[in-house]
Design a protein around this ligand. Structure first.
Ligand SMILES: Nc1ncnc2c1ncn2[C@@H]1O[C@H](COP(=O)(O)OP(=O)(O)OP(=O)(O)O)[C@@H](O)[C@H]1O
Length: 302
């Protein structure tokens, strides 16, 4: 069952087109990730999906009355306890006392906050606050959940727990639209939409997007010493489509398998091989997929 359909939706603010003809749909029990860098239009798209702002153009159809929305900058009552906050959300959504008690106990156990139930919300870490906000939004078992960057600035352990909660909400039947700037979180989604400057550049199952990447990829480990020169040289080689740093490594996108030999030859002939760690042929990451799509859209690279 479809819970949300957005067709050719645009949102303009004076000079800026924050969302530009984006289409996305969401089924019950499905997690769809909206992935993109800062300013891609994620917040605007999610605000449109949740019905917080009207579109300039396009059609949005929500099949579900009940929406659980957690904005990027959500508020909670810092002076109230964790449990009181949840009761407050529950009351707002018209859940009666008995059902509320039961559901709150269940969700507190799930987010591992049961023993802290009487602690003031203001004393919680950022990660715990996120989990509490998501618990509040799923109390009334909404058919549609919209979560704006729930893992932003959250430590890795809490990030994993936030995703566990999202999976649980989907398992309970909600369709979840969730944004993130961490492209590796595509792994947690059934489908993803890659967003850049308001445009949807690609969508589909994460494994399909990775499989469709047409180029072989090499990673030169610990390449800090050769990075800026290396990129410049590699970009001049006809076998190489693209080269860019990632952390301390250097990513090389080849035109075809012969790029591997060309890369090794270049590393040895210039002596750069002595300056770097091992060279590995790997599959693409979601970041490689997005970078390629952005370069192709701009008509950059090759
Ligand atoms: N109310 C507004 N008025 C004018 N411009 C806006 C407004 N909201 C967003 N924008 C612009 O629209 C573009 C997309 O913003 P949006 O916040 O949706 O992106 P985002 O991907 O969520 O980024 P972030 O992670 O920084 O929130 C940006 O250029 C932003 O400046």
């Amino acid at each position: 069952m479809t819970v949300l359909v957005m067709e050719q939706v645009s949102k303009r603010y004076r000079q800026t087109t924050a969302v530009d003809q984006v289409s996305v749909s969401l089924e019950k029990g499905e997690i769809v990730g909206v992935l993109g860098p800062d300013g891609a239009g994620k917040t605007t798209l999610l605000n449109l999906a949740a019905g917080m702002i009207p579109p300039t153009k396009g059609r949005i159809k929500r099949e579900e009355e009940a929406v659980g929305f957690v904005p990027q900058h959500f508020g909670m009552y810092e002076e109230l306890s964790i449990e009181e906050n949840l009761h407050f959300y529950g009351q707002l959504n018209g859940i009666d006392k008995n059902e509320r008690d039961e559901r709150i106990a269940e969700l507190l156990a799930r987010i591992r906050l049961a023993t802290f139930a009487s602690r003031r919300a203001g004393q919680l870490s950022g990660g715990m606050k996120r989990k509490l906000a998501i618990a509040g939004a799923m109390l009334h078992r909404p058919g549609l959940m919209v979560l704006d960057e729930p893992t932003h600035g959250v430590d890795p352990v809490s990030r994993r727990e936030v995703w566990e909660m999202i999976r649980h909400a989907a398992a309970e039947g909600a369709g979840v639209l969730v944004s993130t700037q961490y492209l590796d979180e595509a792994d947690h989604c059934d489908r993803v939409l890659l967003l850049h400057r308001g445009r949807g550049l690609a969508d589909g199952r994460p494994e399909a997007l990775l499989r469709q990447f047409p180029y072989p990829v090499w990673v030169v480990r610990e390449a800090v010493n050769i990075r800026s020169n290396g990129v410049r040289h590699l970009l001049q080689m006809k076998e190489v489509v693209d080269a860019y740093p990632r952390g301390v490594d250097l990513v090389v996108i080849g035109r075809d398998p012969s790029a591997g030999e060309a890369l090794m030859r270049w590393l040895h002939e210039t002596g750069a091989a002595r300056e770097v760690g091992p060279v590995e042929e790997t599959g693409p990451t979601m970041e490689d997929v997005l970078i390629r799509l952005i370069r192709e859209q701009k008509g950059e690279g090759r």
